[in-house]
Design a protein around this ligand. Structure first.
Ligand code: AMP
Length: 113
């Protein structure tokens, strides 16, 4: 997916600072943070959205949630945090490469818009 911005970020082509990297995922700060802590965790492999996941990806998703938990601890989000995945147009997804937002550092409200 040569035109996918998150594929380029994951490949290290954008010079993005990674908060975490392994063979499956990278984590980096969102360009337009909506909370004091706003981190994106993405698979390196191009998966367009949550709607494209298969059972083969179950371990990957479990791994991503472990990475998010470790990042939340590193960012001192001991008062709580939110994990968000927007999927599809009505879900508000703007980048067509699966990603999970880790949000924290302030009181978050519900329901989202
Ligand atoms: P979503 O609306 O759920 O698809 O989220 C996409 C997120 O990616 C938004 O919060 C954007 O601010 C963020 N974003 C887009 N381009 C970049 C980039 N180059 N580096 C970091 N974050 C980005």
């Amino acid at each position: 997916m040569s035109e996918c911005i998150f594929c380029k970020i994951a490949a290290g082509e954008m010079g993005t600072e990674f908060l975490y990297e392994d063979d499956q995922v990278v984590a980096f700060r969102d360009l337009n943070p909506v909370a004091p802590v706003h981190i994106l965790v993405i698979p390196k492999r191009h998966i367009p959205s949550a709607n494209d996941l298969t059972e083969d990806d179950n371990d990957l998703i479990g791994h991503i949630f472990g990475v998010i938990r470790n990042l939340a601890q590193k960012e001192n989000l001991d008062q709580g945090f939110r994990i968000v995945n927007n999927s599809g147009r009505e879900g508000g997804q703007t980048v067509q490469h699966l990603h999970f937002h880790l949000l924290g550092g302030r009181q978050l409200h519900w329901p989202p818009g």
